[in-house]
Design a protein around this ligand. Sequence first.
Ligand code: GAP
Length: 490
Amino acid sequence: MAKLAKLDDIVSLCKRRGFIFQSSEIYGGLASCYDYGPLGVELKNNVRKAWWKAVVQMRDDIVGLDCSILMHPMVWKASGHADKFADLIAECKKCNVRTRVDHLKDKFDETAEEHTEHVPIDAVQVNDLSSKICPACGTVGQFTEPMAFKLMFETQMGANVDDTMKTFLRPETAQGIFANFRNVLDSTRVKIPFGIAQIGKSFRNEVTTKAFIFRTREFEQAEIEFFCEPGTDEEWFEHWKNERFNWYTNLGIKRENLHFREHDRDELAHYAKACVDVEYRFPFGSGDWQELEGIANRTDYDLRQHQRGMRTMNRWYEENGDLDKIELLDEPDDYVKGPLSYFDDINKKRYIPYVIEPSAGIDRSTLAFLVDAYDEDEVRGEKRNLLRFHPALAPTKAAVFPLVKKDGMPEAAHKICSELKKHFTCFYDEKGAVGRRYRRQDEAGTPFCITVDGQTREDNTVTVRERDSMDQVRVTTDQLLKHLRQRLDI
Ligand code: GAP
């Protein structure tokens, strides 16, 4: 129970301090859609930046991409999403609410809840639903036969009746990477092994949402498709497991709140050779541990599927774009020489690369960073709420206060704040007692507060107070930027 209270505390802090708001709140809100407020947008930008820095900027073997959200419908036929990206659901006959079959609690075993992401529908075990409980009305065992519910949002493209086309909001960013594999090969000097990284919005008409920004219908993904030679894939899979686990812990996630969960054989998609989730101990759900990121060895499946898709384009025209009437053509025997193959000019070998895919959620990581940073302690008998963010993630890096609103202190503080703003986010505050101002910054996760006081005029020093320890040191104004930069590691 204490853990559930913690998520409530975070939700209320997020609203109170402008991290995250319910979307369209003035109209009663839109379920499972959220807006990032002034502090939230800085935090989320910093999560994106930290990911991009680690996987693109700091590596020589990964390039970035930013693909359009709307793609040719055949992309989704080839990837399998148009036919198979669905959840198996059942409808309660009493209240008509539909629930994912794999998320239904059992009256004999209430732990079977919301632990999984989408499972291939042929892999969902449809056991007897007679002891399952409807989460909406509590009725037991009154469900329809399970049915597939498609998760992609459909949309119509174009204004003319003759040439409008049904397409989809992308449910993952990965397919944009596969569709550009050839373009990247032809326009850059990348050589296998190499990866392509992308951050962007994805959309899924989720059946089960809940838990704040954990599972929403519009969300942001950060995905890498790492292309390697078949036979080296297991090594790269291990590499990416370590890299991605360390990314979270390097940014402050406590080691004991993070673990790997290997997928069981029957959970794996038929083409996947291995899959592991990085799970975080979120403060909700019966199992606590929930997926933060998936890392999969997808073999050569995706590129081969797109080669089949490209071969099927004539059928798409013949059927006027009706995906339901189209079957993908089979691969030719020499598919390894296809348009999405790779030629290794040193070993004079052509092959379809294998792919290791680390796929993270920016919103879900942001929630994990918030949960992990949240803390309460006591200062002189008063409760202190604080967010112990890693400096790279902190929305505001420093706050500058004049001790009082006179004797030139506001002017001096403004000057310091303007100088620091050239280098990182900085906030000026002169309202209320200085202790209150410290508390407000602790709650926003600001690592340093700088106070201009009476002594500043005499010796050009200010106090620098550190958020976690609350230790204070005096630093000369000409050394202030250097002092903060060293501690912020930026
Ligand atoms: N291309 C592989 C793929 O999309 P996934 O496990 O479905 O794999 C990857 O999604 C990550 O995207 C998840 O681990 C999660 O962090 C994030 N994610 C997926 N669905 C989400 C949703 N409805 N809301 C928020 N984040 C989501």
